[in-house]
Design a protein around this ligand. Structure first.
Ligand SMILES: [Zn+2]
Length: 156
């Protein structure tokens, strides 16, 4: 584990809140995805929104709306990936299992499939149709192959 509070070359106080690249990235929480290396990002460059599966949930759309409307971003990049943990069980089955264990079935209906390209297409469709987003003309999607490290464009 890295040591918290370690000094950096650039302090957050040197930066403005709006990301320098006017970019927001939505990706999975998967521990193998290193966005900073993939996109050569530095502190202050982009918003990064992560959840299980890089899914366009209502809170992701809320975050992206805030990113665009309050913090000046204009572009969205979505990164799905191969071997995603969320695909190990159907979302409805996962909610059912948690419900059996806890006595409360969570409302975890998500627009996702076991195929990262199909999930990417669903996610992009939702974002491109979301009226909450101010800029919908620069939304792209990619699938990261976690074995090769290769980024594959949507539809490839
Ligand atoms: Zn994942």
């Amino acid at each position: 584990m890295t040591e918290p509070g370690k000094p950096r070359d650039t302090a957050p106080s040197d930066l403005d809140a709006p990301p320098k690249l006017k970019l927001a990235i939505l990706t999975c929480m998967d521990a193998r995805i290193n966005l900073w290396d993939l996109f050569h990002l530095g502190l202050g460059d982009a918003h990064v929104i992560r959840n299980a599966g890089a899914i366009a949930t209502p809170d992701v759309i809320r975050s992206l709306a805030a990113s665009q409307r309050l913090l000046e971003t204009e572009e969205i990049v979505v990164i799905q990936h191969t071997d995603c943990g969320i695909h190990r069980i159907a979302p409805t089955e996962f909610a059912k299992q948690v419900g059996e264990e806890t006595g409360t079935v969570p409302d975890w209906t998500v627009p996702a499939t076991a195929d990262p390209y199909t999930t990417l297409a669903l996610t992009l469709e939702l974002l491109r149709a979301a009226p909450e987003l101010k800029h919908r003309d620069k939304i792209s999607g990619w699938v990261l192959d976690v074995e090769s490290g290769e980024l594959l464009a949507e539809g490839s």
